[in-house]
Each structure stands twice: as structure tokens, then as C-alpha cells.
Ligand binder design. Structure first.
Ligand SMILES: Nc1ncnc2c1ncn2[C@@H]1O[C@H](COP(=O)(O)OP(=O)(O)OP(=O)(O)O)[C@@H](O)[C@H]1O
Ligand SMILES: [Mg+2]
Length: 402
């Protein structure tokens, strides 16, 4: 290594290492100021109007149920208003599904016996194409709809974990990411051991941190050594460990890293459905095109090795769309004309509501009225809900529902 002649001067490695420590300490103290020492993120509660909306029943019916002591007894706020937790809403869903079997699927959309676990990978190697934002909003939406979600953070940057209140450097120790479950050596752990419950009812998380990079480094050697056959081969490892917890979830959402490495390949192979996020700026579409070409090549390589890649659906999701930007609109028109129905009809608009929510490590579903303008929040929610609802419908189609 070429070390500078001045013995007092710091090597670049030492300097960057020192700066990283400085930043890390600063982040830690910032975090301590933001949150109480062991304060955890908590999930908001729902008004009886919101709860009734989620349950698909009249607010008066819900009130009557509470007066009759049927289902669950909600807490009352100081002003006497009833408030429901998501756990309670789910309890009522179970109750109503039992009471009105003909409508059971409407009340409780979970998969039934014989329905396939949905594994949805959100991918694009373009950084900042809103993969994490798409994943978190979909996870929250599906959980609020009563589904059991496993959120799998496959990105060493760990942005999804951060959204759940986990800082990769402080809260996620060695061998606590999915790497632990797919690693090649004898420190391998069952996937169940790295799954965490989150503050969000219905969502479990496998957090990430930098150790995921090890998988990228170790896989070439594992291949060279002929390590792994069948389910143990590098591109099937993720699918096979997800299979171990199959019964516990309706859907697994994978936030893939912005590169086409072995982790992303594992996600593509594990996925039953694929969401490719696109920010419709020309430059992003050009790089997405590279991504598609490389992805296709790699998928061929896997197929040659006996892997089967068949997704129930592949959808391009237009994100951060500014419909007032002429060039963007042209790009979207072009994509729709080329890829037809594979481009999801609704798009997520570019909005300060999502940007501000992101800064607070929240989804739109967690924003309180008042933190951003009411109209802004409503418009943002409208576009995100439309996207999420379309994806839920795709899942339901896979389950043979209308
Ligand atoms: N619809 C939107 N409107 C405004 N800002 C958005 C929107 N979607 C995402 N953002 C912001 O854009 C940034 C990048 O989004 P995000 O982190 O989801 O992208 P990503 O694809 O996961 O990035 P990476 O490749 O680094 O993992 C974030 O700051 C996020 O808050
Ligand atoms: Mg991300």
C-alpha cells in the first residue's frame, strides 16, 4: 500500500474510518435526542370511523357492537371517542368472518389453505427509484388490510429496517440479518431466529446491515468450490429459507438492494411477483433498460443451471411521478405503449408528503393530520392507495379470487 511520506499524515482508510466514527457518534446522539432511551416506535390508533372503514361496516354497526360488548371493547379517549388498535381491528375481523361466513373473505382477506404464499420482490438497480418507499407503503397497506406480512430487508444500507426504527449499526448485531440464514459456513442459523416482531401489528421484519455484503463476497467462492446443490445452490437459498416460515405469513415483501448481485438474484428466484420501480426521468429509464438487459441475461444463466423463474406477475411501478413535467409524461406514455398492462395503471406522484414522511421514518399511513397539509396528504394517499390496491388485487388473483 502506498502510504504518504509524511508520517504524521493519516492514510485515507484511517481518515474515512475516523470520519465514519464521528458521524456514527453524532447519529447516535441525534437518535437519543429524538427518542427516549428505550422508546420504541408505536403504531397509531384508529378512530371508530377509520376502523369501520377498514372493516367495511357502518360506523353505527361498530358502535352498536361495542355497546353490546361484541367483539372487542375499545378504549375511550378523554373526549369519550372510541379508539381502536390494529390488533383490535384484526380481532373484530376474525369475529365478523366467523359470524358471517358468506362474507368471510371480505372481512379477512388472508390466504386460505392451498393459496400460495406471495413473495414480492421490489427491485431496480437504480438508486433512489423509491424501492424502499414502495416496500414500506405496501407493507403497511397490506397489514392494515389484515394480512400477515414479513418484510425482508435485503439491502445492506438497511433503509427499510430504519423505517421500522432499527438503526443498522446499533440495533442489528452480527448474524442477525438474513445473511445468518443463507450463509455457507456453520454459523448458519434458522431464519426464524432472525425474524423480529415490529411495532406494526401484522408485520414482522428481518433487518439488514452491512454484513449482508458478505454474501456477495462469499458466493463466488462457494460456487467455485461446488458448494450447494438443489435447494442449497446460491440462487435458491433465499427461497428455501423463506419456505421454512411459509405458514406464518400471507406475503413476504423483499426490499432488494440497488444492484444486481447474488442477493438480488436470490430475491428474483424467491419471488412469485416482481415490482420494478421506475422514476420516469429519461436518465433513469436508460439505466433501467440496462437493468432489464442484465436481469434477463442473469435469469438465463440461472435457467441454464436448472433454476425456474416464473413469476405470477411482473409490474412496472411508476414512482415519484410529476404529471406536470412534460418529459416525464412522455416517458410514461412511452413505457405504457411498450409494456402495456405490465405497467401498473396508477402511479405514485412526487409529493412533499412522502418526502417528509420519509424524513420522519414513517409511511403516509402513519402521518398525523397537520404534519403536512391536509390536501397534500390526501392526494398523496390517494395515489399510494391506488397502487397498493392494484397489487393486492394481483395477489388475490393468484389466490383465485375475483
Ligand atoms: N413519491 C415520492 N415523492 C417524493 N419523494 C419520494 C417519493 N418516493 C420516494 N421519495 C424519496 O426519494 C428518496 C429515495 O427513495 P427510496 O429510498 O425509497 O429509494 P430506493 O430505491 O429505495 O433507494 P436505494 O436505491 O438507495 O435503496 C427518499 O428520500 C424518499 O423519501
Ligand atoms: Mg432502498
Amino acid at each position: 500500500m502506498n502510504v504518504r511520506s509524511n508520517p504524521m499524515s493519516e492514510s485515507s482508510a484511517a481518515k474515512i474510518g475516523r470520519q465514519s466514527q464521528l458521524l456514527s457518534a453524532q447519529l447516535q446522539s441525534l437518535r437519543e435526542r429524538l427518542y427516549e432511551p428505550d422508546a420504541r416506535k408505536t403504531l397509531k390508533t384508529f378512530t371508530s370511523r377509520e376502523a369501520a372503514g377498514l372493516l367495511g361496516i357502518a360506523e353505527s354497526t361498530l358502535r352498536q357492537m361495542s355497546l353490546d360488548g361484541e367483539g372487542v371493547i375499545p378504549d375511550r379517549q378523554d373526549n369519550g371517542r372510541r379508539i381502536y388498535t390494529l390488533d383490535q381491528i384484526n380481532e373484530i375481523r376474525h369475529h365478523l368472518a366467523k359470524k358471517r361466513p358468506a362474507e368471510a373473505l371480505d372481512f379477512l382477506p388472508r390466504r386460505r389453505e392451498g393459496d400460495k404464499l406471495q413473495v414480492i420482490a421490489v427491485a431496480n438497480f437504480k438508486g433512489g427509484s423509491a424501492k424502499t418507499t414502495t416496500t414500506i407503503h405496501l407493507a403497511h397497506y397490506l397489514a392494515i388490510s389484515g394480512l400477515r406480512v414479513l418484510a425482508l430487508d435485503l439491502d445492506p444500507q438497511a433503509s427499510l429496517s430504519a423505517m421500522f426504527g432499527y438503526q443498522p449499526e446499533f440495533d442489528v448485531d452480527e448474524n442477525e440479518t438474513v445473511y445468518a440464514a443463507i450463509r455457507y459456513d456453520d454459523r448458519r442459523r434458522p431464519i426464524r431466529e432472525v425474524i423480529r416482531q415490529t411495532y406494526f401489528a401484522g408485520i414482522d421484519l428481518i433487518p439488514a446491515n452491512l454484513e449482508l455484503m458478505e454474501y456477495e463476497h462469499e458466493t463466488p467462492q462457494a460456487i467455485a468450490e461446488g458448494h450447494g446443490r438443489g435447494d442449497e445452490i446460491f440462487f435458491r437459498r433465499l427461497a428455501s429459507v423463506i419456505n421454512e416460515v411459509e405458514a406464518d405469513y400471507d406475503v413476504v415483501l423483499i426490499d432488494a438492494p440497488p444492484q444486481l448481485g447474488y442477493l438480488t438474484l436470490g430475491a428474483l428466484c424467491a419471488a412469485t411477483g416482481l415490482l420494478i420501480t421506475i422514476h420516469p426521468a429519461m436518465i433513469d429509464v436508460a439505466s433501467m433498460n440496462q437493468f432489464l438487459a442484465m436481469m434477463s441475461d442473469l435469469m438465463h444463466v440461472i435457467e441454464e443451471r436448472g433454476g425456474v423463474l416464473q413469476h405470477d406477475f411482473i409490474r412496472y411501478v411508476i414512482t415519484r411521478h410529476n404529471p406536470n413535467d412534460g418529459p416525464q409524461v412522455n416517458v410514461v406514455t412511452l413505457l405504457r405503449s411498450l409494456f402495456k398492462d405490465d405497467v401498473l395503471a396508477p402511479a405514485v406522484v412526487e409529493t412533499t408528503a412522502i418526502a417528509s414522511a420519509g424524513l420522519e421514518k414513517k409511511s403516509l399511513y402513519e402521518m398525523s393530520r397537520g404534519s403536512v397539509g391536509r390536501d397534500t396528504l390526501n392526494r398523496a394517499l390517494e395515489s399510494v392507495d391506488a397502487v397498493n390496491n392494484d397489487i393486492l388485487q394481483l395477489m388475490k388473483q393468484c389466490w383465485g379470487r375475483k
